[in-house]
Design a protein around this ligand. Structure first.
Ligand code: 4AD
Ligand code: MG
Length: 430
């Protein structure tokens, strides 16, 4: 009977066949241990010469790393294995014998591994991270589906910039100029006026020459937008959303988190509500922590975010930033015109900003004033203004960066390991 590694424990005592690759092997004159993987998991196959005979044993012993196989054997309980089973191999059929697989069990440098990313993703660690990514994607869709959000797909080719704060990738759109989307937000605002609560989940492009462990050139962003939702309610939805993602991963990716050596106690704590710190108080905290030269009105860099996050054991919202360092569409605080109703959510353990969000300006006159201040005379934005002309309502939204979330939850040092084929400042290959 054909099955997968993940399902082996359902077949204890039975003889089954799996399609697998050989990830590693140890052998002596009498016994061979095959480390097998099939995408659903990893399992050890044990080949005993006295049981399988000379010919099969010789075949098993001669297997090379990453050869593809059909392995037949009897499923046996084994406490030491992550899946609780191993396979007593009775037969091995070689589909393809791999020659000189470049990624051996020894240590390799990062650049070498990145050049071989198409193969590196087969390793146990990368496999675990990509499985966690998948679980996060699932949890995101599950959260929004159960809370009556409609998934809407904004365009990727756009005629103008959405944020005004980041650089864009330019391309030709026949005779016109076009840009790869750096955020679907403006389109999602239109969608919220049609469907109430919406979210997008798609690729996002930023042509900033950033080379940090948090920046990708191409990343995936989840952008909810909610009609009739004001700032504080949006923060409550954000904390519920993040709690749901983290708790789902803990529940469904136990083996993967263990493989990665992730300290789960730090994640278990991630349950709503999350602390909120105003930008004003964040400045005070930073000064107390020895950042003497930070002044009110300046944006925070990674060291500032990390310093603030260190005071909490959960993600923390930094709210109400100065208007001048945030995007043109953010609604001013009704009590103070110099700050806006926005929040960045900072992940613990130095992973930095994972969410940026705000309540949007819904007043036509104020939005027109912002257009002028930002020089948005371009016709490309006319439609966005019209949303404030026909049944404008208070509304809020936010953007969650998928890769930073994967990095934080899986404990990966750098976002390059959190997406199958990262696009980085100096890397478009493979
Ligand atoms: O803070 P950002 O730029 O916000 C927006 O684009 C808003 N329009 C979202 C909205 O309100 N609908 O980006 C949101 C998140 C960041 O918090 C971060 O997690 C991620 O996107 N992000 C990046 N992730 C990887 N590499 C980059 N270069 C990123 N830039 C932003
Ligand atoms: Mg931001």
């Amino acid at each position: 009977m054909k099955t997968t590694i993940k399902k082996l424990s359902e077949h204890v005592g039975k003889t089954v066949t799996i399609g697998a690759w050989l990830s590693n092997k140890r052998s002596s004159g009498k016994i061979a241990f095959l480390q097998l993987r099939d995408g659903t998991g990893f399992v050890q196959g044990v080949v005993v010469k006295s049981e399988v005979g000379e010919e099969i044993f010789a075949k098993a012993k001669g297997l090379t790393q990453e050869s593809s196989l059909y392995v037949t054997g009897t499923v046996k309980e084994d406490e030491r294995s992550a899946l609780g089973v191993e396979l007593d191999v009775t037969d091995v059929e070689v589909l393809h014998q791999a020659v000189d697989y470049p990624i051996t069990p020894k240590e390799h440098g990062t650049e070498f591994l990145m050049d071989h990313r198409h193969l590196w993703i087969r390793s146990k660690r990368q496999h675990s991270i990509l499985k966690i990514r998948n679980e996060i994607i699932h949890a995101v869709n599950e959260f929004f589906y159960t809370n009556d959000f409609v998934k809407v797909d904004p365009p990727i080719l756009t005629g103008s910039s959405a944020e005004g704060t980041t650089s864009l990738f330019h391309t030709k759109y026949f005779e016109e100029d076009a840009y790869l989307s750096q955020s679907g937000q403006l389109y999602m605002e239109a969608a919220a006026m049609a469907l109430g609560k919406v979210y997008s989940f798609g690729p996002t492009f930023r042509a900033e020459k950033s080379k940090t462990r948090r920046h990708l050139i191409e990343f995936w962003m989840i952008e909810p937008e909610m009609a009739f939702v004001e700032h504080e309610e949006s923060l409550e939805i954000q904390e519920q959303f993040i709690s749901h993602i983290v708790q789902s991963v803990i529940k469904r990716c136990e083996n993967e988190l263990k493989t990665l050596g992730r300290d789960i106690s730090k994640l278990e704590n991630v349950k709503a509500p999350f602390p909120r710190v105003s930008y004003d108080d964040a400045i005070k905290m930073l000064k107390e922590k020895g950042f003497d030269d930070i002044e009110w009105g300046e944006d925070f860099g990674a060291p500032h975010e990390t310093a603030i996050a260190e005071s909490f054991d959960k993600p923390v919202f930094i709210t109400n930033y100065p208007k001048d360092i945030k995007a043109f569409y953010m609604k001013p605080d009704p009590n103070r015109d110099d700050v806006v109703l926005c929040a960045d959510l900072i992940a613990p353990e130095g992973y930095g900003e994972i969410i940026g969000g705000s309540q949007r300006i819904d007043d036509l006159a104020l939005m027109e004033q912002r257009y002028e201040e930002h020089g948005l005379t371009d016709d490309a934005y006319k439609w966005y203004l019209e949303l404030r002309k026909y049944g404008s309502v208070p509304h809020s939204g936010f953007g969650l960066g998928l890769e930073r979330t994967v990095a934080w939850i899986s404990g990966a040092e750098h976002v390059r390991e959190t997406i199958p084929f990262p696009r980085l400042l100096n890397r478009l290959y493979p």
